[in-house]
Design a protein. Structure first.
Length: 195
């Protein structure tokens, strides 16, 4: 990267991109600064064109190790961001991305927006309780999948914790041991009746 660090001053095409990013407020002094506007990291491994076969083999091995390392880092980052898609969701994302880019090549594809379209967020607490209860019903190993009271019995501690957390976040007065406000009680009743 040191060899091409000042290419932003020599090459008119590169200078054009640097000027555009400077107008957006980016601090561009080297070619690496410009590349970081497009990529999160840059690694350069030189591969000889011909001759020096031992060096060629060493460089190709380095390249392969770097690709594997970057793939593993990407996998971990997607896991931590909870953006790792299974085969079924990946197909939906790929189709949506294809549809998006067939209409607009300049706007980046927004995975988060697409995830919300695929699996919309309920607008209220009651909707969230119902969605969680349905997931438990569909993916649990209960003998009787229609055992609604048992599903809500299993959910009760988590729902109570969510209500307490919400009360604390909203700064509602009272201790966490005080009775649940009546509007939350009604929401829980509505959820159990809906399922």
């Amino acid at each position: 990267m040191v060899d091409v660090a000042l290419a932003i001053d020599r090459d008119p095409r590169v200078r054009k991109y640097a000027r555009e990013w400077r107008l957006r407020g980016a601090r561009i002094q080297t070619t690496q600064d410009l590349l970081r506007c497009f990529y999160s990291s840059i690694t350069v491994i030189r591969i000889p064109i011909k001759g020096r076969y031992m060096l060629l083999e060493d460089q190709v091995t380095k390249l392969r190790k770097e690709i594997v390392r970057c793939c593993n880092d990407s996998l971990e980052a997607k896991k931590q961001a909870r953006m790792l898609a299974n085969g079924q969701k990946l197909q939906i994302y790929l189709q949506s991305a294809f549809d998006h880019f067939s209409q607009d090549l300049d706007t980046p594809f927004d995975f988060v927006q697409e995830a919300i379209k695929i699996n919309p967020l309920p607008r209220d607490f009651c909707g969230n309780i119902i969605k969680l209860a349905i997931a438990i019903r569909d993916y649990s190993n209960f003998r009787d999948r229609a055992d609604v009271p048992r599903i809500f019995q299993e959910l009760s501690h988590m729902v109570a914790s969510c209500i307490v957390l919400d009360s604390i976040r909203q700064g509602l007065p009272g201790m966490s041991t005080s009775p649940i406000p009546s509007d939350n009680t009604q929401m829980c009743r509505d959820s159990s009746e809906t399922l």
